[in-house]
Design a protein around this ligand. Structure first.
Ligand SMILES: [Zn+2]
Ligand SMILES: [Zn+2]
Length: 238
C-alpha cells in the first residue's frame, strides 16, 4: 500500500510540473491550486439549493417530493455541482486521459465541499463499481478515479473491490422512478463482510439516485448504520 502511495506521489509531482494549474475552461492561470480561474470557478453550475436528502435541485433547500413519499436508503447525498455544461465536458475529460487535470480539479472541488458540509467522516469509502463488461469497454472506473484521491486526502480506507456489479443494467435516466428501482434491484453484491458502520459511496454523477440507493440498501443489510453518497454532480429530475 505504502509503495503504491509513493508511486502515486511521484506521478502527482510529475503531473504538477507538466500541468501547472491552468483553467480548463478558458486557459487562464488557475487560482488557489485549482485548474480553474476564479471567474470560471464562480460561474460553474453550483448545486446551491437542493434536497437535503438526495441533493436533487430545488427552488429552496428542503425535502423533495420523492424523498417525502419514499426516502432513499442513504441518509444524505452531497454533490457540489449540477450536471449541466461544462460539467458534462469536464467529466468526459476522463475518457481521453484519466490522468489529465479534469479528474484532479473535480476530486478537489468535491473534497472542499465535503469539508464544509460533513461533520463526521465515514469509516470507509466505497466507489460505485462498474460491471466488468463496462469496465473492459471503458478501461477505468470514473467513480474509483475520484474515490482514490479523496480517500488519500481524507485518510479514510478505500474499499475498491468490496462491492461488485453482478448485473449490467439498462440506462436509468430513461425509465420512470418505480422502474428505475426495479431495474437496479440485485445489481450489486458484496465480496466480503462490511467492517464499517459509516460508509460513503462515491460516484461521478448521480443521475436519479436509484443506483446509489440500491448500493446503500445492500450496505444497510450488511450492517451499515449511516450511508452517505458523495458525487461531483447531480442531474435534475426530468
Ligand atoms: Zn477560466
Ligand atoms: Zn430528495
Amino acid at each position: 500500500m505504502k509503495r503504491i502511495h509513493l508511486v502515486d506521489d511521484c506521478i502527482n509531482y510529475v503531473q504538477s510540473l507538466l500541468y501547472p494549474p491552468t483553467c480548463l475552461l478558458c486557459g487562464a492561470p488557475g487560482a488557489d491550486g485549482l485548474d480553474l480561474c476564479p471567474g470560471c470557478l464562480r460561474s460553474l453550475p453550483w448545486n446551491t439549493a437542493c434536497c437535503v436528502r438526495c441533493a436533487a435541485p430545488l427552488p429552496a433547500a428542503g425535502l423533495c417530493g420523492q424523498c417525502l413519499k419514499r426516502p432513499p436508503s442513504f441518509d444524505a447525498a452531497l454533490t457540489p455541482l449540477l450536471y449541466r455544461p461544462p460539467l458534462d465536458w469536464l467529466l468526459q475529460g476522463y475518457k481521453f486521459n484519466r490522468r489529465l487535470p479534469p479528474g484532479r480539479v473535480l476530486a478537489e472541488l468535491l473534497r472542499r465541499h465535503l469539508l464544509r458540509h460533513v461533520d463526521t467522516l465515514p469509516d470507509l469509502i466505497l466507489p460505485v463499481p462498474l460491471h466488468p463488461a463496462r469496465l473492459r469497454e471503458r478501461g477505468y472506473n470514473q467513480a474509483l478515479e475520484l474515490a482514490r484521491p479523496l480517500a488519500r486526502a481524507l485518510d479514510i480506507p478505500l474499499a475498491a473491490g468490496l462491492a461488485r456489479r453482478i448485473r449490467a443494467t439498462a440506462t436509468q435516466s430513461l425509465l420512470p422512478a418505480e422502474e428505475r428501482r426495479r431495474n437496479v434491484r440485485g445489481a450489486f453484491e458484496l465480496a466480503g463482510p462490511l467492517r464499517a458502520r459509516h460508509v460513503a459511496i462515491v460516484d461521478d454523477v448521480i443521475a436519479t439516485g436509484s443506483t446509489v440507493g440500491e448500493l446503500a440498501r445492500l450496505l444497510r443489510r450488511a450492517g451499515a448504520e449511516r450511508v452517505e453518497v458523495w458525487a461531483v454532480a447531480r442531474a435534475g429530475r426530468s
